[in-house]
Ligand binder design. Structure first.
Ligand code: GLU
Length: 545
């Protein structure tokens, strides 16, 4: 077969050669161990939570090594293309601090970064493969392929287009020429020389040494419209864009033998591969893939639910590196980017989406934030998701920040906020518009006692009292009303008292905050001010019959 002739017949317009491409996209000028990684999504409009795993790995590997992290849009499957998807993807990833150095939206010397704009490049390599007898046109119709499949099924043969089943693999040039001239549609197929009896040893940087079976199928490289399939396009792109580490989902592992064959056939240096396990969910006791329709599958949901982006980042880091949590405990104030991310600490088994764990991580993460950060992040969120409250909360920033600063920056910070949705119920007591009596006094106490205690507290309240003086007054009131001023004394002889200082302060707490659980009462009173404090207490007094 005259392959050069066939190549001209199929690609008369392709004048570029692989050498031209090598010149156009020379090796990058980077330090030796700098890693070049990429995120290569299809613009479907849906940003899967699970996408954060390979993306973060790629981002860390590149940025930790002084390399390059780029965004390539794999839009060869036009049916899946959604308007605005790229912008949406870039902006949502940006929130999670996944920032690209080059690619779609950024530009760079290795573009275009949209596969749909790279046809000339793919065709250059397709022509090269034909010239070298490694690819050929296949004119099989859908019906013919179905017939082949049916026959294979009947015989119990491996399904697919290969070996003796590959009708056009060794077709005569005259047959091909005639069909081309008649304008018959065809796909371009790879001429595989693999054998399924052969096993290849392969090292995946996450999974370690694995054994894979050689590919013997003559897979499609170019579809009948000349558009490449993912397998072919990614090999060409990752070579020319000088990707050093291909970080992608484990769903690509089965097609890896084909990819390896293509890298070899094209004479490309093999990049390193990392196949990242998919995130799973637990359903009825068994692990399942987190599919698009599941709760928690869409990254956008996390924002709507009010998870601070940094909490999600922290959670992902914990799942990605087994020693991250320990590092975080030792370095509570460091940026996660300072953590020495390591492939060796990655688990090869699929991790489970555990919302309880995420909540726990988030609670701790928010508790470590400073007041200004909480205020800024919360108000940005509330403006979008709870605008009515945003207006109330942001009307007096200083006041709101005082509320958020309670217990913050201490050794044991308060952990009232897991998501931004928790802020409103937590702070509502500070705003008259939202304040409501949510708690009631325990039945076992005499209302007259409560009334008397609240009245005495109200009469003696002085905003200028230091905390110990304030509390001393509360103790005195307790003692004068038959309640133990010390918890210990009460515990020793409970029958001698009506209750303890704890109960007395609970009466005041309920009256002032409307709840049994609130931030430090002394601070609350100072933030809401004397007038509001006393008016709340007095209204409770008058409601007690
Ligand atoms: N476009 C492929 C996907 O969305 C990319 C896989 C890869 O990273 O190579 O799954």
């Amino acid at each position: 077969m005259d392959y050069a002739y066939l190549a001209e017949l199929l690609f008369p317009d392709v004048k570029t050669t692989p050498e031209d491409m090598e010149k156009r996209y020379p090796p990058r000028n980077l330090p030796e161990d700098a890693k070049v990684t990429r995120f290569a999504p299809s613009p479907t409009g849906f940003v899967h939570f699970g996408g954060l795993f390979p993306t973060r790995v790629g981002e860390r590997l590149a940025h930790q090594s002084g390399g390059v992290f780029f965004l390539r849009i794999e839009d060869t499957d036009m049916k899946r293309k959604v308007e605005g998807a790229e912008e949406n993807l870039i902006s949502i990833l940006d929130k999670y601090n996944i920032r690209f150095d080059e690619g779609v939206g950024k530009g760079g010397d290795y573009g275009p970064y949209r596969q749909s704009e790279r046809c000339e490049i793919y065709h250059t390599y397709a022509k090269y493969l034909v010239q070298n007898g490694m690819a050929y046109p296949c004119f099989c119709t859908e019906e013919e392929l179905c017939a082949i499949r049916a026959e294979q099924e009947a015989l119990g043969a491996d399904p697919g287009y290969y070996g003796k089943w590959a009708k056009y693999r060794d077709a005569d040039i005259s047959v091909i020429e005639e069909k081309i001239k008649a304008g018959e549609p065809y796909v371009l197929r790879f001429r595989s020389n693999g054998n399924v009896e052969n096993k290849i040893k392969f090292t995946d940087l996450v999974r370690g040494d694995i054994e894979i079976t050689e590919n013997d199928k003559d897979h499609v490289l170019l579809k009948s419209d000349g558009i490449p399939v993912y397998h072919f396009a990614h090999v060409v792109d990752d070579h020319l864009m000088r990707t050093t580490h291909v970080v992608r989902g484990e769903e690509w592992l089965p097609s890896l033998p084909f990819h390896l064959q293509l890298f070899r056939a094209l004479g490309f240096k093999m990049p390193k591969f990392l196949h990242i396990s998919q995130i799973m969910k637990l359903e009825n006791g068994s692990k399942k893939k987190l599919s698009k329709r599941d709760n928690g599958a869409s990254l956008a949901d996390y924002e709507a639910e009010g998870y601070p982006e940094i909490s999600v980042i922290e959670y992902i880091m914990i799942l990605l590196n087994s020693n991250y949590e320990e590092w975080r405990m030792q370095n509570p104030d460091k940026n996660y980017e300072e953590f020495p991310f390591s492939l060796k600490k990655m688990s090869s088994s699929g991790c489970l989406l555990d919302i309880d764990k995420l909540n726990d991580v988030s609670k701790n993460t928010v508790s470590r934030m400073d007041t200004d950060t909480v205020y800024e992040q919360y108000t940005a969120w509330a403006q979008k998701f709870d605008n009515d409250f945003y207006k109330i909360f942001s009307a007096n920033a200083e006041y709101s920040k005082r509320i958020l600063s309670i217990g913050r920056g201490t050794q044991k910070p308060r952990k009232d906020i897991t998501t931004w949705r928790d802020v409103k119920p937590y702070v509502s007591l500070f705003f008259d518009e939202l304040f409501e009596m949510q708690a009631t006094f325990e039945e076992k106490f005499d209302k007259r006692d409560i009334k008397k205690i609240l009245t005495e507290f109200s009469n003696g309240y002085d905003e200028n009292d230091a905390m110990d003086v304030w509390f001393g007054k509360m103790k005195d009131i307790a003692a004068q009303n038959g309640f133990a001023a010390e918890t210990k004394a009460y515990k020793q002889n409970p029958d001698d008292y009506k209750g303890s200082i704890g109960d007395v302060s609970m009466f005041v707490r309920i009256a002032v905050t409307g709840k049994t659980n609130s931030p430090d009462l002394y601070e609350v009173m100072h933030i809401i001010g004397k007038e509001r404090t006393l008016s709340r207490i007095n209204s409770v007094i008058s409601s007690l019959k």
